[in-house]
Design a protein around this ligand. Structure first.
Ligand SMILES: [Zn+2]
Length: 69
């Protein structure tokens, strides 16, 4: 999940994030602060999601089998 830096990466001033924004310019120094997302962060995230939902899927499949039988 993307995390919002709470401080400007250049001057350390607190940042008020617009939740819909992916980047915010610092009010004090103009530094463009962006979400802490890495270009290849999608793969670990989807892997994590799979890991999280795999047991659920398995349980659902089992229940489905039980219902079908
Ligand atoms: Zn700043």
């Amino acid at each position: 999940m993307a995390t919002f830096p709470t401080k400007c990466s250049r001057c350390g001033a607190p940042i008020n994030w617009d939740e819909s924004a992916s980047s915010v310019s610092c009010e004090f120094c103009g530094q463009l602060n962006t979400l802490n997302t890495k270009p290849f962060s999608l793969n670990p995230i989807s892997r994590q999601l799979e890991k999280t939902f795999d047991p659920v899927k398995r349980v659902l499949a089992k229940n489905l089998q039980t219902l079908v039988q």
